[in-house]
Design a protein around this ligand. Structure first.
Ligand SMILES: [Zn+2]
Length: 117
C-alpha cells in the first residue's frame, strides 16, 4: 500500500485534535472518531485508517475506530449559477450546457465528532 505524506499529515492532525478533545472532558480513551469526507476528495478511507493505526500507537486514541461520513459532490455553474450534482464525472451544467463549473461541496475532510470512554 502506498501512503502519501498528505494522508499521513491530515491523519496526524485528526489524532491531535481527538486527543485534545478527549482531554478537555477528562477522558482517558478515544473510542470512535467521526470524519466527514467529500466524494471529490482524493483521500481514501482505508489509507486514513491505516495511517491512524500507525500514528495513534501509545496514545489514548490507540485502537479507535474511524467512521467516515461521505458528502456528495455539488457544483456551481459559473455561467448561470445553477447548482447541480455532477453525474459520471461530467462537469456540464444540466441547465445551460456550459462546461464552466466549480466544486462547492465534496472537498471536505474534517473531524466531526468523537466518542470517548
Ligand atoms: Zn449553467
Amino acid at each position: 500500500m502506498v501512503i502519501s505524506m498528505h494522508e499521513l499529515s491530515i491523519t496526524k492532525e485528526i489524532l491531535d485534535l481527538a486527543v485534545a478533545k478527549a482531554r478537555e472532558v477528562n477522558s482517558g480513551r478515544v473510542l470512535q472518531i467521526n470524519i466527514v469526507i467529500g466524494n471529490a476528495s482524493s483521500v481514501i478511507d482505508d489509507c486514513v485508517q491505516f495511517c491512524f493505526d500507525f500514528v495513534s500507537r501509545e496514545t489514548i486514541a490507540q485502537g479507535a475506530r474511524l467512521n467516515f461520513l461521505r458528502v456528495p459532490v455539488q457544483m456551481r455553474c459559473r455561467n448561470c449559477g445553477n447548482l447541480f450534482c455532477p453525474e459520471k464525472k461530467t462537469w456540464e451544467c444540466p441547465q445551460c450546457m456550459e462546461w464552466d463549473a466549480e466544486i462547492v461541496k465534496g472537498n471536505e475532510f474534517y473531524m466531526d465528532s468523537i466518542e470517548v470512554e
